[in-house]
Design a protein around this ligand. Structure first.
Ligand SMILES: NC(=O)c1ccc[n+]([C@@H]2O[C@H](COP(=O)([O-])OP(=O)(O)OC[C@H]3O[C@@H](n4cnc5c(N)ncnc54)[C@H](OP(=O)(O)O)[C@@H]3O)[C@@H](O)[C@H]2O)c1
Ligand SMILES: [Zn+2]
Ligand SMILES: [Zn+2]
Length: 398
């Protein structure tokens, strides 16, 4: 992949890049966004989030323009923006749980019409030709999906200046090809629907893949009770499984049981770990920070599976003989395809399943990111009220 144009900054997690956003081209319009403007070499930290102007593409064939109403704040926004994974291109506009209302459609659009509620999750393009795209798993595109943020515009369905990387949903509006648009039923609570577009689908897809939607009832562990984990608890319990929440925080037991867990493991308590050893068929591990997987593997039954979901960059060390003697599986899963994302939205709409959220304005993003990075999200998903943020003149670009 060609490197973005700009200043390359060496970083222990992988180089990041400071770039200058060009003025909007004739086929682009100017939009408000909240971004990390650059990486500060003096402090060796990204600068705080601030309001900036970005360019969005004018409408083209098969494109949908929507005004942003709400955008969820995912821990992945903070990982990428803080360069935890390397490769962050600044200015970085986070947000991949976009929920809005269609204001304009391009020629040929059939999926939605002006006035419809729509969502966009973590992807805005992929090749749509490879075996994975053809199998409705665009997230595993053999030619690389284009993410909603921090991605080069590779496959031609993201319009606008080809040299700028994609900008996420912390912004007043966006334009997306209809293939990657998710239809949001009018009856949904749209503030709370936004996080389903990442936190929801990221749990739904492996739940579906591992046969837990229609298959026999199992004992399902969910490790890490944040934005993703709490959705896992709600889905697995709604589907009739016995759910055991696994947390570092003893004070989350009540919250986990309110959301549908019947069991609770505190990983800081050796007795709690011992009492639950060998009891779980599958564990969905949503932990966001470096941790020791060997704390969790003994909780699985023989033949059990742990599904790694957190954006943890540090490698794990695993005792292979332990896996062999109990035929355990360590696997992973990445978000979900467009079809599955529509499926989970429709499932949540039908069963009234929503994350517990806290609405914020854009000016609170820096504090929100800090709380998530410190593991203090408290099991709620923070969601930006974009309309209210656009009225907050003290946090708009000059
Ligand atoms: N696979 C994918 O496609 C995908 C999609 C979206 C996000 N992600 C990743 O999934 C992770 C979770 O995202 P999120 O938005 O749910 O984050 P979150 O709301 O911050 O929740 C993360 C949870 O992890 C636990 N945790 C934090 N630090 C820990 C530590 N040092 N040791 C053990 N547990 C710790 C905490 O739960 P307790 O207090 O209960 O211990 C915390 O609530 C992130 O890394 C994110 O990048 C992956
Ligand atoms: Zn996410
Ligand atoms: Zn593909």
């Amino acid at each position: 992949m060609t490197e973005p144009k700009g200043e390359k900054i060496d970083h222990p997690n992988g180089a990041c890049f400071n770039t200058t956003l060009p003025a909007p081209l004739p086929d682009e319009y100017k939009e408000v966004a909240w971004a990390i403007p650059s990486f500060d070499k003096a402090t060796n930290q990204p600068k705080p989030i601030e309001p900036i102007w970005i360019a969005r593409p004018n409408i083209g064939p098969n494109q949908v323009r929507f005004e942003m109403l709400y955008c969820g704040v995912c821990h992945s926004d903070t990982h990428c923006g803080n360069n935890d994974w390397g490769g962050c291109v600044y200015p970085f506009v986070g947000g991949h749980e976009l929920l809005g209302k269609v204001t304009e459609i391009g020629e040929g659009v059939t999926k939605v019409k002006v006035g419809d509620l729509v969502g966009v999750g973590c992807m805005v393009d992929s090749c749509l030709k490879c075996q994975y795209c053809q199998n409705d798993e665009e997230q595993y595109c053999a030619n690389g999906m284009t993410m909603t943020w921090n991605s080069p515009k590779t496959h031609g369905r993201v319009l606008g200046n080809p040299e700028t990387y994609t900008h996420g949903g912390y912004s007043g509006s966006s334009v997306t090809h209809e293939h990657f648009i998710i239809k949001i039923p009018d009856s949904m609570d749209i503030q709370r629907a936004a996080p389903i577009l990442c936190a929801g689908i990221t749990l739904w897809d492996p739940i579906r893949y591992h046969g837990l939607v229609d298959g026999p009832k199992k004992v399902v562990g969910v490790a890490g009770l944040g934005g993703l984990g709490t959705m896992g608890v709600k889905f697995a319990s709604t589907l009739g499984h016995k759910v055991v929440a696994i947390s570092t925080s003893a004070n989350k037991e009540f919250m986990a049981k309110e959301k549908g867990a019947t069991g609770f493991v505190v990983t800081t308590d050796p007795y709690s770990l011992k009492a639950n050893a060998g009891t779980m068929d599958i564990i969905f591990n949503t932990i966001s920070a470096n941790h020791d997987i060997n704390t969790y593997l003994p909780l699985l039954k023989t033949g059990g599976t742990i599904v790694m979901l957190g954006g943890v960059a540090a490698p794990h060390t695993v005792y292979q003989m332990g896996l062999m003697f109990q035929r355990k599986t360590i696997t992973g899963s990445l978000i979900g395809g467009v079809k599955a994302t529509q499926e989970v939205i429709d499932f949540c709409s039908k069963h009234s399943i929503y994350p517990d959220i806290k609405l914020i304005r854009a000016r609170e993003l820096n504090d929100t990111w800090k709380a998530l990075s410190e593991g203090k999200g408290d099991g709620v998903r923070f969601v930006i009220d974009v309309k209210a943020s656009l009225e907050d003149e003290s946090f708009l670009p000059k």
